[in-house]
Design a protein around this ligand. Structure first.
Ligand code: FMN
Length: 182
């Protein structure tokens, strides 16, 4: 039977730093854009995947400075903020693409919350990151620590200044890894 695929992601809409300038990315942050492109690309390869947005109950500030301040505090204290309930029928998923921005070199705190809130045994986790130059950096280590029972596969990284290349990055990854989804 075809594997059941979930794309679970966290993304911060609003202001972000692009080429050293603060720019408002609107309601769709880079990782959300990437998650949607991934869903479309999977469809093109004959796979249906459901999207699930991980959202902290207290949203991050739209402002870059506000988000920087809160996320830094969370990073330094190892906080895992309360997040929304998981997707319906979570147990039935075999593969979870886990998407996030690189924050402070590692996972944004809501992703840590997601990993702690959900049973990941017997699930394949395929991480994808959008980043300002540091790719996954320490985030894979953090996933391993928070979800030791998960079957962690190699995912893909999309550089934030080159979101126009995201589709190609995803297609390249799929070309080499589509067998992981069967
Ligand atoms: C609070 C914060 C911390 C960040 N820390 C890093 C970092 O340590 N390394 C890096 O390469 N990019 C860093 N970035 C850049 C983001 O990873 C990048 O802009 C990402 O595409 C944002 O995704 P989003 O729009 O889905 O939230 C940071 C951005 C923010 C807002």
């Amino acid at each position: 039977m075809a594997k059941k695929i979930l794309i679970a992601y966290f993304s911060h809409g609003g202001e972000n730093l692009v080429d050293d300038q603060i720019v408002d990315l609107g309601d769709e942050g880079n990782t959300k854009v990437a998650a949607k492109l991934l869903q479309q690309a999977l469809q093109g390869h004959g796979f249906n995947a459901n999207l699930f947005e991980i959202e902290p109950l207290i949203p991050y500030d739209r402002s870059y400075e506000g988000t920087l301040a809160r996320s830094r505090q969370e990073y330094e204290s190892g906080a895992a903020p309360l997040i929304n309930d998981g997707p319906n029928g979570y147990d039935a998923y075999d593969v979870i693409f886990l998407g996030y921005p690189n924050w402070w070199g590692t996972l944004p705190a809501p992703i840590v919350s997601f990993l702690r809130d959900h049973d990941l045994a017997n699930k394949k986790i395929i991480p994808f990151v959008t980043h300002g130059g540091q790719r996954f950096l320490y985030s894979i280590e953090t996933i391993r620590k928070e979800a030791p029972a998960a079957d962690l596969a190699e995912g893909f990284a999309i550089a934030a200044p080159y979101m126009s290349a995201a589709k190609n990055v995803i297609e390249d990854w799929l070309k080499d890894n589509v067998d992981k989804l069967n």
